[in-house]
Each structure stands twice: as structure tokens, then as C-alpha cells.
Design a protein around this ligand. Structure first.
Ligand code: PRP
Ligand code: URA
Length: 217
């Protein structure tokens, strides 16, 4: 698996990330979701450079212009609930993409015995697709790996992009072992220090699902 850390260089992406993490900005759920959406848009744009392109003719009112556009069948796979605002960013860039959804949530626990529940999956045919699997938080790596396993019921994509806003080193190591192939890329906007005892990312941002939509029981 290749790892691309878009936050390693200077860009406006890090301004969105700073707001996303800041507990004062987090008072506004609307702004939190908006920043996740903007981070998704930037990541989608960067990812678009890696797609397969071919030239086509476009008829303008005046003449014909040859333009390179991508040919990939893109499916955006999203892990509910925290993935929703992030998904919106990707879908606004790849506006003709098909979409799949998986619902997953972690039971409270430590990184070693974290139980992940997965109870809903809906996806188009993924055979030969470019699957962009989006979830803002990569902590232990269990949720995104389980989500991918669930999506495989709908076919095997030819290319897999795993997209997160913040990755913990533990989650990256987990995915390196689960996806040894070079055909898989992990895109992240930041790599943080570690997981705490409750398997939250430190410094991280807190609970992305709760900050987007409110606390769950
Ligand atoms: C968050 C996040 C990921 C998961 C990451 O979801 O959206 O899906 O945690 O953790 P992992 O890498 O250890 O699996 P959460 O379980 O908090 O559910 P929510 O989106 O409903 O809040
Ligand atoms: N899920 C979150 O929302 N935050 C973390 O730090 C880890 C998992």
C-alpha cells in the first residue's frame, strides 16, 4: 500500500485541518461538516491526477476542442456516519460517481479488543471500478478494513483508494498488513502521534461522528 500525506506540504488544506481540530471552531457542527467537505474536495482533486485519461472531442459553439477526461468508473464508498460530510466533498468533485454505503460503529474499548459492528451495506457493481473508500478517521483501521470486506460482496474493484482526514500510525500499520498490494493507496491529510487507551487518535480531533451530528447513545 502506498501512503500519501497531503498535509506534509503547505497548502490551504492545513488551514481546513486546523479549523477541524480546533475545539473553539468545533462549537459549530455546520462548520465542522463544512471543513470535512472541503478536505474531501481537496483530496478528491489530488486523487484525480492518478486516474486514467483519454482525449475526447468537445463541440464548443465555435469549433471542436480535444480535451483529456478520465475514463474510470468511480464508486465512492462511505462509512456511516462520520463519512457523510467527507463523502459530500468527494461527490461534488466526482459528480457522476456511483456510490456505496456501509454503516459501522465501534463499541467502546481499547485498541486491542475493539469490537466493530457493521450492519448495513448498499453498493453498485464494483467489478473493475475505481473504489474510493472514504472515512475521516483511521484509528485502529478495523472499520475501514471491515467496510472494504463488506463491499467485496458487490464485486472486486480494479483500484482501491482509502481516503481519511487523520491517520494514526497504528491504523496505517494495520492497513499495510491488510493491503500489501501496490494497487492500493492510502490518502491522508495528517498522520498523528498515537492512539490513547480508548483507541482515540491523539492529538486527533475527538469523535468525528458526534462532532458532525451530535452525541449518540
Ligand atoms: C469512527 C470513524 C471510523 C472509525 C475509525 O466511527 O468514522 O469509522 O471511528 O476507527 P477505527 O479505525 O478504530 O475502526 P465511529 O465508530 O465513531 O462511529 P460514528 O461514525 O457513528 O461516530
Ligand atoms: N473515531 C473518531 O471519531 N475519532 C477518533 O479519534 C478515533 C475514531
Amino acid at each position: 500500500m502506498k501512503v500519501i500525506d497531503l498535509g506534509a506540504g503547505n497548502s490551504v488544506l492545513n488551514t481546513y485541518m486546523a479549523e477541524l481540530r480546533d475545539k473553539n471552531y468545533q462549537q459549530s457542527r455546520a462548520l465542522f461538516r463544512r471543513n470535512l467537505t472541503r478536505i474531501g474536495q481537496v483530496m478528491a482533486y489530488e486523487l484525480s491526477r492518478t486516474l486514467t485519461y483519454s482525449e475526447k472531442s468537445v463541440e464548443t459553439p465555435l469549433a471542436t476542442k480535444r480535451v483529456s477526461t478520465y475514463d474510470d468508473h468511480i464508486v465512492i464508498g462511505t462509512v456511516l456516519r462520520a463519512g457523510l460530510a467527507f463523502h459530500e466533498g468527494f461527490l461534488s468533485v466526482f459528480d457522476r460517481a456511483d456510490n456505496g454505503f456501509v454503516a459501522a460503529y465501534r463499541e467502546e474499548g481499547s485498541a486491542e479488543n475493539m469490537k466493530i459492528h457493521l450492519d448495513y451495506m448498499a453498493a453498485p457493481d464494483l467489478s473493475d471500478s475505481t473504489l474510493i473508500l472514504v472515512d475521516p478517521m483511521l484509528a485502529t483501521g478495523g472499520s475501514i478494513e471491515l467496510a472494504y470486506q463488506a463491499f467485496l460482496q458487490a464485486g472486486t474493484p480494479s483500484t482501491l483508494h482509502l481516503c481519511v482526514a487523520i491517520a494514526a500510525p497504528e491504523g496505517i500499520a494495520h492497513l499495510q498488513a491488510a493491503f500489501p498490494s501496490d494497487n492500493v493507496t492510502l490518502w491522508t491529510a495528517a498522520i498523528d502521534e498515537r492512539l490513547n487507551e480508548q483507541a482515540y487518535i491523539v492529538p486527533g480531533l475527538g469523535d468525528a461522528g458526534d462532532l458532525s451530528f451530535g452525541e449518540k447513545l
